[in-house]
Ligand binder design. Structure first.
Ligand code: PEP
Ligand code: CO
Length: 447
């Protein structure tokens, strides 16, 4: 095997990379970022890997959630707080239903670069580079805005550092206290129109907390109730950025990408001999691999072996994103092949990316029913194969946006324009996210 180094990917084909005109500025920026403090510590990454190892065989459950693309425009403490809060609410519901610890991983503090279906976009006769995420260029349709600018990586880093700082404060400073989170869930149930099944679940969680309290276990004396571990992740798409954060951990001598605890390889950049796989195989972080409907069954086992030659549990998360129709036919043979090979992987369901559609009025949207349907099929297929569904991966926000159709609020095509704020794919809003957790809870456990 040729020797890996953080730049060995440069000898391979790197898809979905911007072309920077100012290469001197690019080099300067990468040099500068190489001296920036890490956003995460390698010891935390190892903790995450240990938690994920439990999700391989059903002793844990992964909840990975957050923006499709973070943006400079939506950078606000309230947005970070609300997204964190909803992820915590979902995690309490899922912990109760699954009866196992839920590992919380945000698509946050670094999720700024996007693969696009077309490299250019045409509007009123003008053709410009597509928007590739705030880390690369601007969403404004102007020549200047769409020109990739290396300095944007620095802005993305500082926004990520600041976001991560607030997330750490929330996780350890009392905002994740179970009794608060449970009160938010009770409020949700109280205000929901069709919440009787949800009410039953919420009441049982309250009963459990009261029961523990009767034994003297509560947030004043139990760290497990007062605080939580919250991890960050993003797609390892923009390789110059990731290269700057590949560092040797002084305690183990291993390479880590310290821009996030977990990174994933997108469905479009997972070629076995491609640059993204080359970069990811050398770092010790847990690696997600998106599994779309066109996944090559011969190549997948090789890909898993390249990324995880020692078959370490907790290293690989396979994130299945087929679409609610495709999953029924395409997923079972994939699941069988991976199982037959004895690979230790976490199976996670991304019910978002295979269910994107254009609404009649022209918005890129997703129907809540299709999202639910894909997750349900995912669980059913695992049940019938005797394997473990280990997690979910969703695009959501804590804001009350109108980007996905349906849910309790019955968001219709006419509503989409009211609060459609996403910079990329449509996200579940706060209500739809919590509802998804309750629905999943009902199918995980018979209430
Ligand atoms: C994403 O997760 O935002 C994404 C682009 O997904 P995929 O690679 O699965 O299309
Ligand atoms: Co997306």
């Amino acid at each position: 095997m040729k020797k890996w180094n953080p730049k060995s990917w440069q000898k391979k084909i790197a898809l979905h990379q911007p072309v920077y005109k100012d290469t001197i500025e690019l080099k300067k920026t990468i040099g500068k970022m190489s001296n920036f403090p890490p956003l995460v510590f390698a010891g935390e990454v190892r903790n995450l890997k240990n938690e994920l190892a439990k999700c391989v065989n059903g002793d844990g459950f992964l909840l990975q959630a957050g923006d499709c693309a973070e943006s400079f425009a939506e950078f606000h403490p309230n947005n970070i707080r609300d997204t964190f809060r909803v992820i915590m609410q979902m995690s309490v519901i899922l912990t109760f239903a699954a009866g196992v610890p839920v590992t919380k991983v945000g698509r946050l503090a670094g999720q700024f670069a996007k693969p696009r279906s077309s490299p250019t976009e045409k509007k009123k006769g003008q053709e410009l580079d597509s928007y590739l995420g705030d880390m690369i260029n601007a969403i404004e349709f102007t020549k200047e805005g769409r020109t990739p600018d290396p300095k944007r990586m620095i802005d993305a880093y500082f926004q990520s550092a600041s976001t991560q700082n607030l997330l750490r404060a929330f996780a350890n400073g009392g905002y994740a206290d179970l009794s608060y989170v449970q009160n938010w869930n009770l409020d949700f149930v109280k205000n929901s129109s069709q919440g009787s099944a949800y009410k039953k679940i919420a009441n049982r969680i309250t009963e459990s907390l009261n029961f523990m309290n009767a034994f003297g276990i509560n947030s004043t004396n139990s760290k497990q109730i007062y605080e939580t571990d919250f991890y960050i992740s993003h797609e390892a798409l923009l390789l110059p950025y990731e290269t700057s954060f590949a560092r040797i951990d002084s305690t183990t001598g291993d390479w880590y990408d310290v821009s996030a605890h977990m990174l994933w390889i997108g469905d479009r950049t997972k070629q076995l001999d491609g640059a993204h796989v080359e970069f990811c195989k050398g770092i010790s972080n847990p690696i997600g691999i998106k599994i779309g409907p066109k996944t090559n069954l011969d190549e997948l086992p090789k890909l898993i072996e390249v990324i995880n030659p020692q078959n370490v549990p907790g290293k690989i998360v396979l994130i299945v994103r087929m679409g609610q129709e495709n999953i029924k036919k395409i997923f079972p043979p994939i699941l069988k092949t991976v199982t037959k090979n004895g690979f230790n992987v976490v199976w996670s369901s991304d019910p978002m990316h295979g269910n994107t559609e254009k609404s009649n009025s022209g918005y890129k949207t997703r129907n809540f029913l299709n999202v639910i349907s894909e997750v349900k099929h995912f669980f059913e297929i695992h049940r019938s194969e005797g394997t473990k569904a280990g997690g979910i991966h969703i695009e959501m926000t804590g804001q009350n946006v109108t980007e996905c159709l349906g849910g309790m609020q019955k968001i219709s095509d006419e509503d989409l324009g009211n609060r459609y704020h996403t910079h990329c794919d449509p996200r579940l809003n706060a209500s739809q996210s919590i509802e998804l957790a309750f629905l999943l809870a009902s199918s995980l456990k018979d209430f």
